[in-house]
Design a protein around this ligand. Structure first.
Ligand code: NAD
Ligand code: MG
Length: 385
């Protein structure tokens, strides 16, 4: 049986991963990790019969130990414990911690040589080529779980990199696709979280509403696949049936279609190069009847332009954009800044840190991330209502 670990088991991707593992015959579970939801973490650990459960929060160690008592499952807490758990020998590791907090544990799993099912896009956005360099050195395999990138990965099977002309990332457009800029300026957190097609964690849902999620995904695609920034396109496709497309030199386009259900991409990454029968909805084209497309509006969704700038700038620009975005997101969730202020804050932080030198090692990445957060936090009062 496959030995697997799930980093971020208490999240939306984590829960879907548990379901997929159970639906495909089970696995020997090594480590599961979480953060503040100790009851959920302990329940997942017991359900899966994990060897160890780790909370990222050292203050919650006692709670976790108590919740696991009598189970024989080891409890641990804190960032080092997270890295230790992630580096335990496993065949397959799901990287589904949200944010740059996922970078260190994912790198630990990479260095241990596991196959990495990568949901955490921040690893690539923040650490890009250094992260990929670690993958290459360790011989680990990277399988993209983000639905767009999983779709592109599937479209590229058997194709030649040199004949790829463009990657077309689809975007649902989120809950504010048809709102005016004036309306968007006043939206609440609850409205931003209410995604029309996908059920996801709070942070990625808000990022989908602002298209910061798509912005991160442009950078993610650029790192994952052999293309230049100009070859990464975004098209709004409100039905979320086409998960992304690849255009080739001969004008052919290959698309990946499926239900808007992350279990498809997770199952693909878990069983690749095989495919398992999954209990997901089957598409009914007669009922769907149409697929729509429209160009994204750069004025209402400036995050897309920021991603393009970050790719063209290179170096640590993606890391800075991501760190500032996480701070802006915290400030929006806390009610300190408005929805449209998030992109303004990120843009200001990127401008302030435009001269940061390129990273030569991961220490530089962590330093650039910390600097972006420091500058970002300093900018919050400027946009505070
Ligand atoms: P979520 O908020 O539902 O879950 C996040 C997980 O990370 C939880 O297990 C939480 O305990 C853990 N976590 C939070 N803060 C942490 C910290 N500081 N240290 C360690 N662990 C911490 O998020 P999600 O929607 O499952 O998304 C997880 C990742 O997958 C994100 O990077 C997201 O962009 C990506 N992703 C999600 C989806 C989706 O459909 N949900 C799709 C594509 C990509
Ligand atoms: Mg995605």
């Amino acid at each position: 049986m496959k030995r697997v670990s799930i980093l971020g088991v208490t999240g939306s991707i984590g829960a879907n991963t548990v379901e997929v593992i159970e639906a495909t015959g089970g696995a020997e579970v090594v480590a599961v990790t979480g953060h503040s939801n100790i009851a959920g973490l302990a329940a997942a650990a017991r359900r899966l019969g994990a060897e160890v459960a780790v909370t990222a929060d050292p203050a919650r160690f006692g709670d976790l130990r108590d919740a696991l008592s009598g189970s024989g499952i080891a409890a641990a807490a804190g960032p080092e414990a997270l890295v230790e758990a992630a580096s335990r020998p496993a065949d397959w590791v799901m990287s589904a911690i949200v944010g740059a907090a996922g970078l260190a544990p994912t790198l630990a799993a990479v260095r241990a040589g596991a196959t990495i099912a990568l949901a955490n896009k921040e690893c690539l956005v923040a650490a890009g080529s250094l992260f990929l360099g670690e993958i290459e050195r360790s011989g680990a395999r990277l399988l993209p779980v983000d639905s767009e990138h999983n779709a592109i990965f599937q479209c590229l099977a058997g194709e030649r990199a040199a004949q790829v002309e463009r990657l077309i990332l689809t975007a649902s457009g989120g809950p504010f696709r048809n709102r005016s800029a004036e309306q968007m300026a006043a939206v609440t957190v609850a409205e931003a979280v209410a995604h029309p097609n996908w059920s996801m964690g709070q942070r990625i849902s808000i990022d989908s509403a602002s298209m910061f999620n798509k912005a991160l995904e442009m950078i993610e695609a650029w790192h994952l696949f052999p293309v230049a920034p100009a070859q990464v396109e975004v098209i709004v496709h409100p039905q979320s049936i086409i998960h992304s497309m690849v255009g080739f030199a001969d004008g052919s386009i290959l698309a990946h279609l499926g239900p808007a259900d992350m279990r498809v991409a997770i199952g693909h990454a878990l069983t690749w190069p095989d495919r398992a029968r999954l209990p997901v909805e089957r598409l009914d084209f007669a009922a769907l009847s149409r697929l729509d497309f429209e160009a994204p509006d750069p004025a209402r969704f400036p995050a897309l332009g920021l991603a393009r700038r970050a790719m063209e700038r290179g170096g640590v620009a993606g890391c800075v954009m991501n760190g500032a975005r996480e701070v802006a997101l915290d400030a929006f969730i806390a009610g300190q800044i408005g929805f449209l202020d998030m992109a303004r804050l990120v843009e200001s932080a990127m401008e302030a840190l435009d001269e940061l030198p390129a990273a030569t090692d991961l220490t530089d990445i962590f330093a650039a991330d910390a600097e972006a957060r420091r500058i970002g936090r300093g900018l919050v009062p400027r946009f505070a209502a």
